[in-house]
Ligand binder design. Structure first.
Ligand SMILES: Cc1cc2nc3c(=O)[nH]c(=O)nc-3n(C[C@H](O)[C@H](O)[C@H](O)COP(=O)(O)O)c2cc1C
Length: 479
C-alpha cells in the first residue's frame, strides 16, 4: 500500500492554538494526559531530580499542554506508595525543587500555527485518593481511609466468588470511613492550599482529579456518596465539593492561572455515575465559570476497562443495562458502527458534552475547553476526535510514554498517515506468566500501568522507550 501523505490542512488543524477562558493559550491540540510515574520515594515525597528528565523530554516533544502525573495533596492517602506529594508547609529547598519541576515542563517549543504562543502549559494534577488509597499507602495499615461515605471497595466482586472477593478487597484496601462535614470543608481548603503551592512554584495551572474513583469522583458518584448533609443527597449536592474547591482556588489565585478538572463520562459500575449525571456536571462547570478545561475519561478501579485497548463505552453501558434494573443506567443513544471503531473511547459522550456547552458570548469569547482522553494513538484518530467529537484537544497517556515526541511526529507532514500511529504493544496488554491466571480486571489494568511506568522509568534514566520490554527488564525500568 502506498504511503498516504498528511495534508497541510490536517497538520495545521493539530497545530492550531486554543485560547482558554482565562486567556492563556495552548499552542496546539496535544495534551500529555496525567500519568503516575512511580518515581517518588516510598511513602510519597518530593519529585526526584531524575523525574525532571522525563518532563524535559515531553516539553521538547511538542506537547501543547503537559499535565503531570497525579500529585497527592494528603501524604496519608496515596494512590500508590510512590506518589509525588505537594505540601503546604514547604521549605525553601522543597520549593526550589517544585520550581525546577515547573521549568522542566515548560522547557520546550511546541509546534504551532501561532508565532507568539509556543511554550507548553504546565499543569499539575492534584489528587486525594480517598477510598482508593490502598491499605498502608501513606498511613498505618490498620487505619481506615477517608471517603464521602463508608462504602467499601469492591474490585473483585464478579471476578472472584464471595467471600473470596470481599476478603481480597478487605486485604487490599482495608475499610473506609465517612468524613465529617468539617473534614469535607477542610478538604476544600487543602486542595486550594496545594493549588497555591503549584502557583508559587511557577506552574501554569492545576487539574483536579475528579475521575477514576478517587476522592472527588467518589463524591460525584451516587454509589459511593450516600451523604445526607449539603455534600450529598442530590446530583447538585454531590457536585458541591468540586464547586467549592474551584471557587476557593479562583478566590486565592490570579485570573490567568489555569484551572481544569478530569471527570468521568460514566463510572461503568452498577449504581455509579451515569452519562446523564456526567453531562450535568459539565453543564454546571460551564455555568459557574472560572473553569478552563474538562478532561473527559471514564471508569474506576471497580471497572478499570478503560486501560484496555479495545474499550467500548457503549458496550460497557449495554453490559450494565443487561444486568441491572437500576433506573439511572441509561444507555446512550445508539452509535454508528463507524463510531464504534474509532480510537477515542469516550467520543460519543464528548459530542454530547460539546453540544451542551453554552455558545461563546462577547463577555466570554472562549468556551471551556474539552480534552478527550482514552484510546488515542494515531494522527487520524486525533483529527477525528477534534472533528467528530467536537473536542478542543486530544489527551494522550500511554502513547506519550512510548513516543514522547508524538506531537512533533504527528505534525510533521513528511510522516505518512501509516507511520503516524503508535500501536498498542501486546506486552502492555497481557500480564505475563501466572499473573495471566488471576481473574481480576485490576491485574490487567495494574500490569498496563506498570508497563507504561517502566517506559517512563527508562526515559527518566536517559534511555529510549522500548515496546518489547517485559519480565526483569520491565521491573528494572521501575527502579
Ligand atoms: C501508567 C499510567 C498512569 C496513570 N496515572 C494517571 C494519573 O495519575 N492520573 C489520571 O488522571 N490518570 C492516570 N492514568 C490514566 C490516563 O491518564 C488515561 O486516562 C488512560 O491511560 C487512557 O488514556 P490513553 O489510552 O491515552 O492511555 C494513568 C494511566 C497509566 C497507563
Amino acid at each position: 500500500m502506498a504511503d498516504t501523505v498528511a495534508s497541510s490542512a490536517s497538520v495545521n488543524r493539530l497545530k492550531s492554538p486554543v485560547t482558554l477562558p482565562c486567556g492563556r493559550v495552548v499552542p496546539n491540540r496535544f495534551a500529555k494526559a496525567p500519568m503516575e510515574e512511580l518515581q517518588a520515594p516510598f511513602g510519597g515525597g518530593l519529585p526526584p531530580t531524575r523525574l525532571l528528565n522525563l518532563y524535559k523530554e515531553w516539553a521538547e516533544g511538542g506537547w501543547g499542554m503537559i499535565i503531570t502525573g497525579n500529585i497527592a495533596i494528603d501524604q496519608t492517602h496515596l494512590g500508590t506508595p510512590f506518589d509525588v506529594t505537594f505540601s503546604k508547609s514547604v521549605s525553601s529547598a522543597d520549593m526550589d525543587r517544585y520550581k525546577e519541576y515547573a521549568k522542566s515542563c515548560q522547557a520546550g517549543k511546541a509546534p504551532s500555527t501561532s508565532n507568539q504562543h509556543t511554550r507548553p502549559l504546565a499543569i499539575v494534577q492534584l489528587v486525594h485518593a480517598g477510598r482508593q488509597s490502598g491499605r498502608g499507602f501513606g498511613r498505618y495499615p490498620w487505619k481506615a481511609s477517608m471517603a464521602p461515605s463508608a462504602v467499601p471497595m469492591a474490585t473483585a466482586a464478579g471476578s472472584l466468588p464471595w467471600p473470596l472477593s470481599s476478603a481480597f478487597d478487605w486485604l487490599m484496601w482495608g475499610s473506609c470511613r465517612a468524613m465529617t462535614t468539617a473534614e469535607v470543608e477542610d478538604l476544600v481548603k487543602r486542595f486550594a492550599d496545594a493549588a497555591e503551592v503549584v502557583h508559587d512554584a511557577g506552574f501554569d495551572g492545576v487539574e483536579l482529579h475528579g475521575s477514576h474513583g478517587y476522592m472527588l469522583a467518589a463524591f460525584l458518584s451516587p454509589r459511593t456518596n450516600l451523604r445526607t448533609d449539603k455534600y450529598g443527597g442530590s446530583a447538585r449536592n454531590r457536585f458541591r465539593i468540586v464547586e467549592e474547591i474551584i471557587v476557593e482556588i479562583r478566590r486565592r489565585l490570579p485570573k490567568a492561572f489555569v484551572v481544569g478538572i478530569k471527570l468521568n463520562s460514566a463510572d461503568y459500575v452498577h449504581g455509579g455515575l451515569t452519562e446523564e449525571d456526567a453531562l450535568l456536571n459539565v453543564q454546571w462547570l460551564a455555568e459557574m465559570g472560572g473553569v478552563d478545561f474538562v478532561e473527559i475519561s471514564g471508569g474506576n478501579y471497580e471497572n478499570p476497562s478503560f486501560l484496555t485497548s479495545d474499550f467500548n463505552a457503549d458496550d460497557e453501558m449495554a453490559k450494565l443495562s443487561e444486568t441491572t434494573s437500576h433506573q439511572s443506567v441509561k444507555p446512550t443513544p445508539p452509535v454508528k458502527a463507524s463510531t464504534k471503531k474509532r480510537e477515542a473511547f469516550f467520543s460519543n459522550f464528548a459530542r454530547r458534552a460539546a453540544a451542551a456547552l453554552p455558545a461563546p458570548t462577547a463577555d466570554s469569547p472562549h468556551r471551556m475547553a474539552l480534552i478527550l482522553t482514552g484510546g488515542l494513538r494515531s494522527r487520524t484518530g486525533c483529527l477525528r476526535a477534534l472533528e467528530d467529537a467536537e473536542v478542543d484537544m486530544c489527551g494522550i497517556g500511554r502513547a506519550s510514554a512510548l513516543l514522547p515526541d508524538l506531537p512533533r511526529s504527528f505534525t510533521d507532514e513528511s510522516v505518512s498517515e501509516e507511520e503516524a500511529i503508535v500501536p498498542a504493544p501486546d506486552m502492555a496488554l497481557h500480564p505475563p506468566g501466572l499473573l495471566k491466571l488471576v481473574p481480576l480486571k485490576l491485574v490487567g489494568a495494574g500490569w498496563t500501568t506498570l508497563y507504561h511506568a517502566a517506559q517512563m522509568g527508562r526515559i527518566v534514566k536517559g534511555l529510549k522507550a522500548d515496546p518489547n520490554i517485559g519480565g526483569w527488564s520491565l521491573l528494572k525500568g521501575l527502579v
